[in-house]
Design a protein around this ligand. Sequence first.
Ligand code: ASP
Length: 318
Amino acid sequence: MWGIIATWRMAAEGVGKAAEILKNGGDAGDAIETAVKEVEDFPYYKSVGYGGLPNEEMEVELDAAYMDGDTLDIGAVAAIRDFANPVSIARRLSKEKVNNLLVGEGAEKFAHKEGFERKNMLTDRAKIHYRNRVKEITAQEIKPYAGHDTVGMVCLDEKGKMTSATSTSGLFMKKKGRVGDSPISGSGFYVDSKVGGASATGLGEDVMKGCVSYEIVRLMRDGLHPQEACEKAVAMFDRELKERRGQAGDMSLIAMNNKGEWGVATNIEGFSFAVATENQEPIVYLTKCVDGKCIHEPASQEWLDDYMRTRMAPLEEK
Ligand code: ASP
């Protein structure tokens, strides 16, 4: 059995490419890296890679991670600027004995020495978003840019190897140096080939409070189906945050176990995700969770068309 699941509609093309690799007996590491790179390279997704939205100093600082569920190797970069594919640098770092998580300048030096592609990641479109936002920002709290955020994935290959990876520009208008959950093991991602993996998108500051990806893997290890594990972890932690702090940030989790069964849960409206397995052609679903129970419905063609149209619509300076 093989499979791959990923946060948000934006992952669909990448999931399709990964499915081709996995179908032909390819490796879960290669498949997931290919899938994430596809999202990083697409200029119209404004929360991952090229075209990602900048921090308050108008710099695009990117976070990414890669984990191998066989060896438990982890590599990650945070607040890295001007490299095309942070996920590939993260994967490369996962092969080191030490120095597995590098930030800022150190990450950039490493990537440069290793010959990774340099690229100015700030697009003209992102600059317009930035300038528009500066005009709007008066007295507003910073939130992840609505609608599409971190790409997080879990992948299983035919040999039973599992991987997980994330990539994000984090919060729009974040402080320079701010790092969220996405490059942090157990929070933005976790995978163990003996059990399964999970990955998150949402408000990193809150996801990190509950190590939610690890919690889902732990529940799967206890025997829960990925769907039950996601529902339980998200509902419990959402409630916990609301009880203790009065509110809970956005939180959407995807998971897959080592049988290729998968699950998704969210505390927001309109969370989309993409999945493909040996028994399931690549498909985009929309999820709705009420009282801790989630229903996934295939996205309609109209929704899919509209999604692309809005992403690529001409952008006006306000
Ligand atoms: N989790 C990301 C962060 O906090 C953003 C997101 O997925 O919405 O950096």
